[in-house]
Design a protein around this ligand. Structure first.
Ligand code: TXA
Ligand code: MG
Length: 323
């Protein structure tokens, strides 16, 4: 997309300017606790089209609708079963505002342009104060994918949003780096058993405490694609990512020796601090491109808590898995 706007950089005391733009049907990038979002009025078809255009996103990949109050979910979704109603109320009591996105049957109010033609809709109430103020002051639900050009990792800092969208949208709200750093957990409540389509900020274990029958969607090619996002190629940096599973230290040493000898530019990511890895993973990916690394050698973390979402992102980006 060509540059078209003189992009305004707004601070947290200038949210009203972003609100005016949303009301006018424009696109604004804003912070959330997971990653930055690229938002527009979810009820305005033309505004929605601008998001897809700016991001270069295929129109069949649906957007998450962000709301400012928990109960707003009921006007946007069509929950017919008491059982589902109870589940929703428990989940939003425990996890909202926060990094959990719920997939439910949509009402007429939701334009099919947001849902990629599906009859379900993804809803989330973010925790970030700026995001909440933007949504409640705009008075409309805000549709927002992650604020990255399609094919790049989600932006977790203002710098990355600016790199991707300067000139392409009228405004960006500048705030701190995202607290969590990977996207929300997407939980599908339209299936027989509640199904996690994308692991993320809320853990499988935490959801299981409330929904003992929750399952993880296995992203096998033979299974009907439930979340359209799953079928698109996931971002991997230009550097080749080698993932070392537990106990593969020897193999790791061999690669390090070889790379040093051949003067290959590589970076090592080894930590068991899942919180900081989550905060920094996408930044590491982007920086490895900026600095032209040839390889990233990364050690697996335990697939529990945030680790499940982290390993999901790392596995998708990996060129080679050493097991
Ligand atoms: O943390 C987040 O979720 C961030 C912040 C900005 O809220 N947003 C985000 O949006 O990651 P996006 O568009 O990058 O990812 C949304 C995912 C996609 O994989 C999409 O396919 C899936 O949710 N999705 C949206 N609506 C869906 C639906 N009705 N059924 C199944 N999957 C859906
Ligand atoms: Mg995304």
């Amino acid at each position: 997309m060509e540059k078209k706007y003189l992009t305004k950089v707004l601070n947290s005391s200038e949210i009203h300017q972003a609100v005016d733009l949303i009301k006018k049907g424009e696109v604004v990038a804003f912070p959330t606790e997971t990653v930055y979002g690229l938002g527009a009025n979810a009820l305005d078809i033309n505004a929605i089209k601008k998001i897809y255009l700016a991001k270069g996103r295929p129109s069949d990949n649906p957007l998450i609708v962000h709301i400012g109050k928990k109960n707003d979910i009921y006007a946007l979704t069509n929950i017919t079963e008491d059982k589902t109603r109870k589940i929703v109320s428990k989940l939003i009591l425990k996890f909202w505002p926060g990094p959990l996105t719920l997939i439910l049957p949509k009402t007429q109010k939701i334009p099919s342009e947001i849902t990629g033609g599906l009859d379900s809709v993804a809803i989330r109430m973010p925790k970030n104060k700026i995001a909440l103020k933007l949504i409640t002051s705009s008075g409309v639900p805000i549709a927002a994918p992650s604020a990255n050009i399609s094919g790049k990792p989600s932006s977790t800092s203002f710098k990355h949003v600016f790199q991707d969208f300067e000139g392409k949208i009228p405004a960006i709200i500048k705030a701190k780096s995202s607290k969590i750093g990977i996207e929300s957990t997407v939980l599908d409540l339209t299936q027989k058993n509640p199904t996690i389509l994308r692991p993320g900020g809320v853990s499988f274990e935490e959801i299981k405490e409330i929904l003992p029958n929750v399952r993880l969607h296995k992203n096998k090619k033979t299974i009907k694609v439930k979340s359209p996002g799953m079928k698109y190629k996931h971002y991997s940096p230009n550097a080749k990512i080698y993932l070392f599973e537990f106990g593969k230290e020897k193999e790791f040493e061999t690669y390090v020796k070889k790379f040093k000898k051949e003067k290959i530019k590589f970076k090592i990511i080894k930590t068991d601090d899942k919180i900081s890895l989550s905060k920094n993973l996408f930044k590491e990916f982007r920086e490895s491109d900026e600095k032209n690394f040839d390889y990233i050698l990364i050690f697996a973390v335990k697939e529990e808590g945030l680790g499940l979402g982290l390993m999901n992102r790392i596995r998708k980006a990996a060129t080679k898995i050493i097991r």
